[in-house]
Design a protein around this ligand. Structure first.
Ligand code: CA
Length: 230
């Protein structure tokens, strides 16, 4: 289930988006001004931001800039039809996509699915994986959960990244062994189970989440939200 922040000052539109997204199975927070939007984004673990550009006070562009200074959360801008320069500025500021008003709700759902999927697979800033509160940076070997650093060995890290690269795919133990350990399967896959249990101790058990699921008799999977499937 995705947690979506709607930043929109027009009450009717905000309410409409909120009801439709909740109906689709998302959790929705609403901010009716830019300051509140930036605040909510930094306080809550938001999966995606729907950001109206025409806001009173702090503009949508400025909201986008401030969020981007600390977060790679997907941002979809809501813009009026003739706001060409705002669209361009917003994309330059790091927004992922835009939707032109008036919009059909199906289009909003579709854009959200694409943005979430892209973000789970690979953050667009090179090698960044984001999965719920888990943040994995392949470039500097850093892992954090809910902004807390998770210390991992190189093997645990490689295993986690491999599973994240294959999100929503069941990966057999044999495949993990050859891809992560780099040798041919020789009948001993227990080592994979051992390393999965190390990761679970450090993340799943510590934070009370289920990142890596066991598929009995086959292997492991990291599951994204069901509604990410297109
Ligand atoms: Ca507005």
């Amino acid at each position: 289930m995705a947690k979506i922040l709607v930043v929109e000052d027009e009450h009717k539109i905000a309410r409409f988006l909120q009801l439709e997204l909740i109906h689709e199975g998302s959790e929705v927070l609403v901010a009716d001004n830019g300051y509140d939007g930036v605040k909510k984004e930094s306080e809550e673990s938001i999966d995606l931001v729907l950001l109206d550009l025409m806001l009173p006070g702090l503009s949508g562009i400025e909201v986008c800039r401030r969020i981007r200074s600390h977060s790679d959360v997907p941002i979809i801008m809501l813009t009026a039809k003739d706001d060409i320069s705002d669209k361009v500025t917003g994309l330059d500021m790091g927004a992922d996509d835009y939707i032109t008003k008036p919009f059909a709700i199906e289009e909003v759902f579709a854009r959200i699915r694409v943005a979430l999927k892209r973000n789970v697979k690979k953050g667009k800033k090179s090698n960044l994986f984001r999965f719920k509160d888990l943040l994995v940076n392949v470039d500097n070997y850093e892992v954090s959960y809910a902004k807390e650093k998770v210390v991992m060995t190189k093997k645990e890290f490689s295993l986690l990244v491999y599973l994240l690269e294959n999100v929503n795919v069941v990966v057999p133990r044999e495949t993990i062994l050859s891809k992560v350990w780099g040798y041919e399967y020789i009948g001993e896959t227990n080592i994979v189970d051992v390393y999965v249990s190390y990761i679970r101790t450090k993340i799943d058990q510590k934070y009370g989440v289920e990142i890596i699921r066991t598929i009995r008799g086959v292997g492991y999977i990291i599951m994204g939200d069901q509604n990410e499937e297109t």
